[in-house]
Ligand binder design. Structure first.
Ligand SMILES: [Zn+2]
Length: 570
C-alpha cells in the first residue's frame, strides 16, 4: 500500500509541484519554446521534488501532445514513464553506481539513439557520490553531448560536485517547501484519500517535516494506516512520539521569569511522565528559534496554530532577543552522550539559561564609573554575565523592569561578550555596581557599532581573501587585535610579531599595498593609508597610556567610565 500511495501522490505535471514556482516557470517555458538544455543540475534539500521534476521534464520533452509546456499524461510516451517502463528514460542512482565503470557504461550507450522517443533522458540522482574518475568520464559527455541526449543531474550536496560539471549544466536550486504550502498539499491529499484530519494535526506534520514534502507525505501515510479518524493533533503526536509543544512553552515561560525551582520541577515531571529528555530538548530549541523569529519580526509563529501563537507572542515579550540567542546557543550545545542521568545536561542548560554561563571569571581590573544611576541602568548589558564582583551569582533582571529605567534603545546598548578574558589588559569592568560588562578586544569581538571599521570589518576580511602575494591578506588580518582609524591612516595592531612580520612582508610590496588600499577604499568608502604595529606597550610606534590603545576602553570612557588603576599583564 505505501508504494502505491507514494506513486499516486507523485506530481504528474510541473504545476503540481509544491513550493518551486521559480523552477516550474522556467522549465515550462523551455518546453514550450523547445529550448531544452542538454544538461540540467537540480540541487536542493531532500524531499523537495528534484527527482519528480526530472521525471516530469523527461515526460514533457518526449510527450506527443504537450499542453502549455506540460506533459499530457495520456499519450503512450507519458504513460510509459508513469508506469516506470519507458525505455528511453534511464535513471541511475549514483550512490550505488559511483564507479567509473558505471559511468563508462553510460558514456558509451548514450551515443546510441533513443528507441522510440525523441530524446534519450538520463537522470543521475545523488550525483555528488560519483568518484573523481567517474566525474571525469561524465565531464567528457557533458562537453559534447549527443544531440538526442539530455542529462538531468540531481544532488543534495552540490558543493561536492566539481565546478567543471556544474558549469556545463543549467542549474536549478530547489527550496525547502514552506510549511503553509506543505499544509495545503496535505489537505488536498487528505481530501482525495478521504482522511478526516484536523488542521492542527496537518500543521504539526508540516512542521515536523522541515520543508521536505516527501517526509510530510510519509507521515501522512503512517497516520492514515495506523490512526483512528478523525485524526487529531494529539494522535499525530502519539504516533511520532512527540512532546506536547505547550509544555516546553510553559518551561520557557518559567525560564523567562527566572524561576529556577519551578522550571526544574516541571522538567522532572515531564521526564517522570515518560518524555525523553532529548525530545524535550529539541522542542525547546524549536520554540526558542520561533521566539527569535517572532522577536525579529521574521516570523509570527502561525505554524503553531492560533492558540499557541498568542502565547508565543506574549512570551517573546518577556525576552530580549540577545537572551533568546544566548539560550539557543546553550541549548544547541547540550550533549546527551555517555550520561547515566539523561536529564542532567538539560537541567544544566536550563540553569545556565537563567543564571548565565558559569565561566569562573575572576574579578578583573576595575574601571570605576562616574556616571549617573540612570545611565548605568540604561547601559546594563542584555546578555548574561559571569560572576559579579561579590562572587555571587545573579539572575537576569526582569526585562520589563529594565525597560522602565532604560533611556536608550536596546540597539544602542554596548554588546557585552561573556567570555573568560585571555589578556587582562583587554578587560574592562563596566560601569554598574551590581553587574559587570566584560568587553574584550579578542578577534571575533563584535566591536563597537557605529565605528565604520568595526561595522565593515568582516566585509573587509572577505574582500581581502584574494589579495596578497604569499599570504592571503584576509586570513592574515584575522591576527589583527585592534583596528582603528587615525586621521587618514588605518592602523592595524597585531598581537604576535610573526603575524606582523607576515603582514609587513606583504604590504612592503607596492602592488599588494595598492590593492590593499583599493579594497579598503571600496569597503570603507574613503581612501586610507595602511599602517601596522605590534600590540606592546614598549612599542615605539604607540604613544599614550596602554589603555588608550583599546577602542573598547575609549568607548567605555565615553559612557562615563573612569580608569582608576592600570596594571600590566604580569
Ligand atoms: Zn504525453
Amino acid at each position: 500500500m505505501p508504494e502505491a500511495l507514494y506513486r499516486k501522490w507523485r506530481p504528474g505535471t510541473l504545476s503540481e509541484l509544491v513550493g518551486q514556482d521559480h523552477v516550474v516557470k522556467t522549465l515550462k517555458q523551455a518546453v514550450l519554446t523547445e529550448r531544452v538544455s542538454h544538461a540540467y543540475m537540480f540541487c536542493g534539500p531532500r524531499g523537495t521534488g528534484k527527482t519528480s521534476t526530472a521525471r516530469i521534464l523527461a515526460k514533457a520533452i518526449n510527450c506527443l501532445s504537450t499542453v502549455e509546456g506540460e506533459p499530457d499524461n495520456t499519450c503512450h510516451m507519458c504513460v510509459a514513464v508513469n508506469e516506470g517502463r519507458a525505455i528511453d528514460l534511464i535513471e541511475i542512482d549514483a550512490a550505488s553506481n559511483r564507479r567509473i565503470a558505471d559511468i563508462r557504461d553510460l558514456t558509451e550507450k548514450i551515443h546510441y539513439g533513443p528507441a522510440e522517443a525523441k530524446f534519450k533522458v538520463y537522470i543521475i540522482d545523488e550525483v555528488h557520490m560519483l568518484t573523481q574518475e567517474a566525474f571525469n568520464a561524465l565531464l567528457k559527455t557533458l562537453e559534447e553531448p549527443p544531440p538526442h541526449a539530455i542529462l538531468i543531474l540531481a544532488t543534495t550536496d552540490v558543493h561536492k560536485v566539481p565546478l567543471t560539471i556544474i558549469s556545463r549544466c543549467q542549474r536549478f536550486d530547489f527550496r525547502r517547501v514552506p510549511s503553509l504550502d506543505v499544509v495545503e498539499k496535505l489537505k488536498k491529499l487528505s481530501l482525495e484519500e478521504m482522511i478526516d484530519i484536523e488542521d492542527e494535526a496537518l500543521m504539526l506534520v508540516a512542521r515536523k517535516s522541515t520543508g521536505s514534502l516527501r517526509d510530510a507525505e510519509n507521515i501522512l501515510e503512517q497516520v492514515m494506516v495506523s490512526t483512528e479518524q478523525p485524526v487529531t493533533e494529539w494522535s499525530v503526536r502519539q504516533l511520532l512520539n512527540l512532546t506536547d509543544e505547550s509544555l516546553p512553552v510553559d518551561l520557557l515561560e518559567l525560564i523567562a521569569v527566572n524561576d529556577i525551582k519551578s522550571s526544574l520541577v516541571m522538567l522532572g515531571q515531564l521526564i517522570d511522565d515518560g518524555k525523553e529528555a532529548s525530545q524535550i530538548h529539541s522542542s525547546l530549541i524549536e520554540i526558542t528559534r520561533v521566539l527569535i523569529l517572532i522577536k525579529s519580526k521574521a516570523g509570527d509563529g502561525s505554524e503553531f496554530g492560533d492558540s499557541l501563537k498568542d502565547r508565543l507572542d506574549s512570551i517573546a515579550e518577556k525576552f530580549t532577543i540577545e537572551r533568546l540567542i544566548f539560550i539557543a546557543k546553550i541549548m544547541a550545545n547540550v550533549d546527551f552522550r555517555d550520561l547515566l542521568t539523561p536529564a542532567l545536561p538539560l537541567e544544566i542548560a536550563i540553569m545556565e539559561s537563567i543564571l548565565g554561563p558559569q565561566t569562573g571569571v575572576s574579578k578583573p581590573d576595575l574601571i570605576q564609573p562616574n556616571s549617573s544611576r540612570e545611565q548605568q541602568t540604561a547601559h546594563r548589558p542584555e546578555v548574561p554575565l559571569g560572576k559579579n564582583s561579590n562572587n555571587t551569582i545573579e539572575k537576569f533582571s526582569n526585562p520589563s523592569t529594565r525597560i522602565e529605567h532604560s533611556t536608550q534603545k536596546s540597539s544602542e546598548v554596548i554588546p557585552a561578550v561573556a567570555q573568560p578574558p585571555k589578556d587582562s589588559k583587554d578587560v574592562v569592568q563596566a560601569p554598574t555596581e551590581e553587574k559587570s560588562i566584560i568587553v574584550s578586544g579578542n578577534p571575533g569581538n563584535p566591536g563597537n557599532p557605529g565605528n565604520p571599521i568595526d561595522e565593515h570589518w568582516n566585509e573587509l576580511l572577505r574582500s581581502l581573501r584574494q589579495t596578497g602575494k604569499r599570504f592571503n591578506l584576509g586570513a592574515l588580518m584575522r591576527g589583527c587585535k585592534e583596528r582603528e582609524i587615525r586621521d587618514d591612516t588605518l592602523v592595524l595592531t597585531f598581537l604576535h610579531s610573526s603575524h606582523l612580520d607576515r603582514m609587513n612582508s606583504e604590504i612592503e610590496d607596492p602592488l599588494v599595498n595598492g590593492q590593499f588600499e583599493n579594497v579598503v577604499e571600496k569597503v570603507l568608502g574613503k581612501k586610507y593609508k595602511i599602517s601596522v604595529e605590534l600590540a606592546n606597550s614598549d612599542s615605539k610606534s604607540i604613544t599614550g597610556p596602554v589603555s588608550q590603545q583599546s577602542h573598547l576602553v575609549r568607548a567605555a570612557q565615553a559612557l562615563g567610565a573612569r580608569i582608576v588603576e592600570e596594571r600590566s599583564k604580569s
